[in-house]
Write a protein of this length. Structure first.
Length: 306
């Protein structure tokens, strides 16, 4: 059971590396949960956080859409969460504690997985601060199995565990699921945003927003994106979301709702797919850009006043 990174903690990369050293109190904490305990096909999710962090210094810190240096709000990369000697329940407790600590410091948490099951601990922490939390899931899979391979804590059961906590959620980009999951969806009257729905309903982003009635935790399983642009994942599914679709959704979520935490999971580096790690890093940076854009708008207004 691979649950710890091979890189020593003191060698672990930082998001944006030296460019993150801007001399302000950080508003954002980047945490790594290098977990690959229940992967069902391709391996390597324990190396995902490190690969994304390694790619991040290649980003331009001046955002090409927002025309701002989002890094100036302060981003600190925390040491990877240590899972040595932990069973899965202890793993999730450590994730919950780590995310909760950053929320307690008033920071926005960005969790890098690791397999999708890491979301369980992160959401549990955020729920303590925001009891009316709503989870938005970008994913190829429903992840609604009661258990997978006799493991109720599997990555394939993560959304079922959130349902156990009575947390409302909206699923976007879905195009793969079991008969068990389909029966559950029908029995509950849920209406996930399957890929065919995204293609047939031009107002799908507005419909996603209509389902949300509280602060949002965003979980991005990278296999929600099309494998043509995101091949580095253990369970790729054809015909996924493109960059523009994902960004349109995230832009609307941040501007119309209250985003209080996020994760990017199931990234599994493969030889020759460095562009996928860069994409994941840019998706994170762009999301943070939307989140803190009002701060830069205020600075721009002050400059014009002078």
């Amino acid at each position: 059971m691979a649950i710890m990174t091979k890189k020593a903690i003191h060698d672990y990369p930082r998001f944006l590396a030296e460019e993150s050293e801007v001399g302000v109190a950080p508003r954002i904490s980047v945490l790594s949960a290098p977990l690959a305990a229940t992967v069902s096909w391709g391996t390597g999710t324990d190396q995902g956080p490190c690969a994304i962090l390694d790619a991040s210094p290649a980003l331009e810190v001046f955002d090409d859409e927002l025309l701002q240096e989002t890094v100036q709000v302060g981003i600190e990369t925390m040491p990877p969460i240590d899972f040595a000697g932990c069973g899965l329940e202890a793993v999730y407790e450590r994730i919950c504690r780590a995310v909760g600590d950053e929320l307690g410091r008033g920071r926005f948490p960005v969790l890098l997985g690791g397999e999708h099951s890491v979301t369980t601990g992160a959401v549990a922490a955020v729920l303590r601060h925001y009891p009316d939390l709503h989870v938005v899931q970008i994913d190829a899979h429903l992840d609604l199995r009661d258990s997978y391979e006799d493991n109720p804590l599997s990555h394939a059961a993560v959304m079922r565990r959130l349902d156990d906590l009575a947390i409302p959620f909206t699923q976007v980009g879905i195009r793969s699921f079991s008969q068990e999951e389909w029966r559950l969806v029908r029995a509950r009257g849920w209406q996930p945003f399957f890929m065919r729905r995204l293609k047939s309903e031009a107002d799908w982003v507005a419909k996603v927003l209509m389902e949300i009635h509280g602060p949002v935790y965003l979980t991005v399983d990278v296999d929600g994106l099309d494998p043509a642009i995101m091949p580095a994942t253990g369970t790729p599914e054809p015909d996924g979301m493109g960059w523009a679709m994902v960004i349109d959704l995230i832009r609307a979520l941040v501007r119309e709702k209250q985003l209080v935490g996020m994760d990017v999971v199931e990234f599994a580096p493969r030889p020759g797919t460095d562009h996928a790690a860069f994409l994941a890093a840019k998706l994170i940076y762009r999301t943070l850009g939307y989140l803190y854009a009002p701060l830069f708008a205020g600075q721009e207004e002050k400059r014009h006043e002078k």
